[in-house]
Ligand binder design. Structure first.
Ligand code: DLL
Length: 432
């Protein structure tokens, strides 16, 4: 499964054999080059020779974001600094950033993986692609860029921050593909509609990721822009964008599992769940040189499916993300995922995908307010209409999360738009 699809897809047995060989090599490599892993394995009485294949992966210890922070900045690098040719860092909201390093070969493999994903979204060397992910320490911009160049497409490195220029160039250059966050693409589509420029577009496909989004949101993007929109997943620690992407079948995201071995584990027992069941996604990188990771806990919730896809690819697929282990809010004892609220809101035709959840604590009781932006076409004229709509939204949200939320309807275009990852939750309780 390489990006230009000239090679036959591997059978499951061939894939397992390849993953086993690569895991054995990786374990030996980290044991001899990273003190952190050597010590962790020694603590468990493990030697590299004890790992004979993928079937032994459960013997290995987990790695977490905290481990990266504790070894800031380069403590988990396995290659000498002289061989590291690129650094990225993930935007940590607390404490120090998580720093990741790539060798020349890591960058080549990254570009290969992103190229596969873009190919799944129908991008070819004849496309003109705007990259609207941020360039810089964030992996989105340069990651998508490398894959698009590998394909030979014409790359327009927009980054974020100038939406007006982006839409002008989109029309003037005849841009056919765009890579950016789904919320930003919705914002772009609003701008294009306001400027009556949709009719002038040559856009065919979008590669959106870096934040959770629903199938409903995908349909909205597709219908407004008359394109197909694809879901690309990745995380800085593992590589960046390009770890997985969905094909034209939109039935799960194909994992580049010849480079990143996926496990989906029960969040309580940390044992594998059955295919199709939800659990935490854990990755072991099996070809990385700069920053190999053993059983890295992504905190992302998904399920896995090993059936052959109708597109013909045989790689394992993960489902659209169901939230993160750590973005789960506990409000009045009830577990709430923002993605649940979003899914409920997109079912209401009057509501736009722009919303904000504000969690607070008053008199020792948790409160949840959801500010919801209403589509201009449906904004009620009188109080009665507003009340009816508020009640309808409150009821739908209650059905979805099992909690009463105070719904506050806000005027169209009032909630802050994001050019990067959308922020949907303000948890004021954290300040107490
Ligand atoms: O967001 C890498 C990326 C860039 C992916 C561009 C796709 C496109 P981080 O900043 O390290 O890396 O954030 C990683 O973002 O663990 C998920 O929780 C979330 N995430 C990324 N892609 C998706 C997606 C980049 N398609 C974290 N759906 C991950 C849902 C996603 N969540």
């Amino acid at each position: 499964m390489i990006w230009n699809e000239t090679k036959e897809c591997m059978s499951r047995d061939e894939m397992t054999a390849l993953q086993s060989a690569r895991l054995v090599k990786t374990v030996d490599y980290v044991y001899h080059n990273v003190e952190f892993y050597r010590k962790k394995m020694q603590k468990l009485g493990l030697l590299p020779g004890d790992i004979k294949g993928i079937e032994d992966i459960e013997k290995l210890p987990f790695t977490t974001k905290d481990d990266l922070r504790d070894n800031y900045p380069f403590g988990l690098f396995a290659a000498p600094e002289s061989q590291i040719v690129r650094i990225h860092a993930s935007s940590g909201t607390t404490g120090k950033a998580t720093v990741v390093g790539y060798t020349r070969r890591d960058l080549d493999i990254w570009a290969e993986c992103v190229a596969r994903c873009l190919t799944m979204a129908g991008v070819t060397k004849d496309d003109i692609i705007q990259v609207g992910y941020g360039y810089g320490l964030f992996t989105g911009g340069l990651g998508a860029h490398g894959g698009a160049e590998k394909i030979g497409a014409m790359v327009v490195p927009m980054s974020t921050g100038n939406s007006k220029k982006l839409i002008t160039m989109m029309v003037d250059f005849g841009v056919t593909a765009i890579a950016c966050t789904p919320s930003y693409l919705l914002h772009i589509s609003e701008l294009l509609e306001q400027a009556d420029m949709i009719k002038d577009l040559r856009l065919r496909t979008a590669i959106c990721g870096a934040e959770p989004w629903t199938d409903k949101m995908r349909s909205e993007i597709e219908n407004r822009l008359h394109i197909s929109a694809h879901d690309i997943y990745g995380l800085s620690e593992v590589m960046g964008p390009g770890v997985a992407c969905d094909c034209a079948a939109h039935n799960g995201l194909h994992v580049c599992e010849d480079h990143f071995y996926p496990e989906v584990l029960d969040t309580a027992t940390l044992k594998p769940v059955k295919p199709g069941a939800t659990g935490e996604l854990v990755f072991t990188t099996i070809t990385k040189e700069g920053l190999p990771l053993i059983r890295y806990r992504t905190k992302d919730l998904t399920s896995i499916n090993y059936d052959k896809c109708e597109c013909g690819r045989t790689s394992a697929r993960i489902s659209k993300f169901k939230g993160r282990v750590d973005d789960m809010l506990i409000i009045r004892g009830v577990n709430v995922f923002p993605s649940q609220v979003e899914a409920a809101l997109v079912d209401i035709k009057e509501v736009t995908p722009h919303y904000m959840m504000i969690v607070d604590r008053v008199n020792n009781l948790d409160t949840l307010e959801i500010q919801v932006e209403i589509d201009e076409r449906y904004f009620p004229d009188e109080i009665k209409g507003l009340e009816a709509l508020t009640n309808k939204i409150a009821h739908t949200v209650n059905q979805a999360i099992g909690l009463n939320a105070k719904i506050r309807i806000v005027e169209p275009q009032t909630l802050t738009r994001s050019e990067g990852k959308a922020v949907h939750v303000i948890d004021k309780r954290k300040l107490y």
